[in-house]
Design a binder for this molecule. Structure first.
Ligand code: TA6
Length: 289
């Protein structure tokens, strides 16, 4: 019960329900498991690398300081999605009993020499993970500029949700939102009124408001509700479908795309700026239904 720390991960177990827990790998500060009453709510590839050899395929990888790959920008030398998910974070400690909360930190001294050369800014990331309720998980990522000049960044919680059946899933709350569709290579306004469905590869960035609710339903029944959004104006919806799943060595089983959907909240459609000494934070609460 409570907090269990090993060399590689930290697990929080809900004080009133030991079948509810969250596990965070120190590598990437990647949430690799979120169980609610014994039911795993996140998808993790059976061939996800958990040994620090590459970003974890599944759970909640963190994207910072860049989403995707940038060009002619100070982050353009970094690999896709930046270095937060491929660096080993430090467990700073348990900060609260109720709700059970742990904090992890990342700074330049923990980055690889390569990452430092690719992006030499001084910064502190503070990641707070909390079992905010028997069915709720809150993640908050705070960016502090400890440099002498402003810097620009993206942040994203790249959450892989486990779902019963991709043919029955829909993402609600995106009707009327502007979409940057990477598969169709076009921008448009979402017209569907009964939720965004997945019937092929989907890779879209929806422009929303942090005040908007986002729900995931299966056969019309809510399975996850995302609330408590701060500084997460963008919602990325991704499913690799067959070809992309086959092309990802660590995506397994290959038909696992039928049991997952990425609904990723963050700030990715533009770079945000933080001035020296200032802080900026993104937050979300996932509520299992
Ligand atoms: O968040 C969607 C996305 O940017 C997709 O374009 C796809 O690349 C996915 O992330 C997975 O990226 P990864 O670098 O983890 O293979």
């Amino acid at each position: 019960m409570g907090v269990k720390l090993t060399d590689t991960q930290v697990t929080l177990t809900h004080p009133q329900d030991e079948s509810t827990s969250v596990t965070i790998l120190l590598y990437g500060a990647t949430v690799t498991s979120w169980k609610v009453k014994g039911q795993e709510r996140l998808w993790l590839s059976e061939q996800a690398k958990l040994d620090g050899s590459k970003a974890v395929r599944g759970g909640i990888p963190l994207v910072f300081p860049v989403f995707g790959k940038s060009t002619d920008h100070e982050t353009s030398a970094l690999p896709q999605h930046g270095f937060a998910r491929t660096s080993t974070w430090e467990v700073l400690g348990q900060t609260s009993e109720d709700p059970l909360t742990v904090q992890l930190g990342l700074g330049p001294e923990q980055l690889s020499v390569e990452a430092r050369q690719q992006w030499g800014r001084d910064f502190t990331l503070l990641y707070t993970v909390s079992l905010t309720g028997p069915e709720s998980l809150t993640t908050k990522l705070e960016v502090e500029n400890t440099d002498k000049a402003p810097f620009e960044f993206n942040v994203l919680f790249h959450t892989y949700f486990r779902i019963p059946d991709v043919s029955k899933v829909a993402v609600q709350g995106l009707t009327g939102k502007r979409v940057a569709d990477k598969v169709l290579k076009s921008n448009y306004v979402e017209q569907t009124t009964d939720g965004v469905r997945i019937d092929g590869e989907v890779d879209r960035v929806y422009a929303t408001e942090s005040s908007d609710p986002v729900d995931i339903t299966s056969d019309g029944t809510p399975i996850v509700s995302i609330t408590g959004r701060k500084n997460t104006e963008d919602v990325v919806v991704w499913n690799p479908w067959t070809d992309k799943a086959n092309g990802l060595a660590d995506f397994y089983p290959k038909d696992g795309f039928k049991q997952m959907i990425c609904v990723e909240l963050g700030a990715v459609s533009k770079f945000h700026t933080v001035a020296p000494g200032d802080k900026w934070a993104a937050e979300q609460t996932l509520n299992a239904k």
